[in-house]
Structure formats: C-alpha cells, structure tokens
Design a protein around this ligand. Sequence first.
Ligand SMILES: Cc1cc2nc3c(=O)[nH]c(=O)nc-3n(C[C@H](O)[C@H](O)[C@H](O)COP(=O)(O)O)c2cc1C
Length: 185
Amino acid sequence: MQLLEAIETRRSCRKYTSEVPSDEMVKSLLHYATKAPSATNTQPWRFAVIQDKALLDHYSEETKNILLASNTELVEKYRHILSNPDYHVFHHAPTLIIIYANQSRFFSITDCSLAAQNLMLAAHDGGLGTCWIGFSTPLFNAPHIKEELGIPEEYEAIAPLIVGYPERTLPPMEKNDPEIICWKK
Ligand SMILES: Cc1cc2nc3c(=O)[nH]c(=O)nc-3n(C[C@H](O)[C@H](O)[C@H](O)COP(=O)(O)O)c2cc1C
C-alpha cells in the first residue's frame, strides 16, 4: 500500500476477528512506531503489549469503574455508553499496545502521539485495524495497574491502541476540509 493510500483509507476499527497478531507482526509495528520524529530525538516511547484476553476483559471493566466514579465532562458525555454492561472498552480486540512516555518532558505527549500514528498506519498497511482507546488512559496511569504490569511509576501512558484483524473493511470517512486561518505570501 502506498503511503497516501494508507493515510486516505485508515479508519478506527471496532470489530475484530479473534485472530491474534503474531509476535513478528507486533514487533514490526513497534519498529515503525520508533521511526517517528521526537523533540531533540529523545525517543521517549516505551511499549507495553497485552494479548491476554481475560486481562483485557478485566481492564475493560476496571476502565469503566474508574471513569464512572469520576465526574469529568468526558464521562458525563459518554456515561450512557460506559454504563452499558455489554460495552467493551477495547472492542474485544485481541491485542492492546500501550505507548508510555518514559519521561515527562515538554514534548513527550507529542512524540508518543507521532509514534502512535506511525504504528496505526503501519498496521493498516499490514492489513490490521487499530483504534486509539483514550478512555483507558486513566487506567494505565493508575499506580496499582502500573505496578501490576511492571511499568515504572514515573512512566506516563499516552496512547493505548487496540490492534487486530478487522472483521470488515470500513469505507473512508469524510473529514472536514482544511480551514486555513492564515497564509501570508
Ligand atoms: C486521542 C484519541 C482518543 C480516542 N479514544 C477513543 C476511545 O476511547 N474509544 C473509541 O472507540 N475510539 C476512540 N478514538 C477513536 C476516534 O473516535 C476516531 O479516531 C474518530 O471517530 C475518527 O474516526 P477515524 O479514526 O475512523 O477517522 C480516539 C481517538 C483519538 C485520536
């Protein structure tokens, strides 16, 4: 797949087959993630991979519990979804890759987000679907979960990304035209 075609056709996938991406495939995605630019080349990204179905089911419930116990604007907007017992935060994807920043520097969030986009495009190129699961960021920053996963306390979860083989191909999504607010010549 050509790069521009990948950019044009990537979609957030929320329905996966049960096929688990191979270790080689996961490692290849991480490889492409690390090719992203980063401020002063700090490369702050570190990766956690979870392919344990029971653990993902458990973390889906934990995510909902954490979010529903808070009263943020985001939660109020999505409370009806998060309260649904059938809602699976990770959409039953067979793999979750969490990009953590190993240091809290000025541009860590930006750097890790660029790595995430590389990973999502590389996955799409390899016939895999992805979706960024922002709902789960608070869970993966919770001290007890970091301890459970062996993640150093100071690391910050930036991009939880589900990965798997899409059940079907999604049509490209219409996006707004670019709004140019300044163009000086
Ligand atoms: C930072 C971020 C957080 C997101 N969080 C979630 C999420 O928690 N759950 C979910 O199903 N989709 C989530 N998404 C996916 C968006 O809903 C999706 O990107 C958007 O609807 C546009 O669709 P597209 O990715 O197919 O172009 C998130 C995307 C981003 C970039």
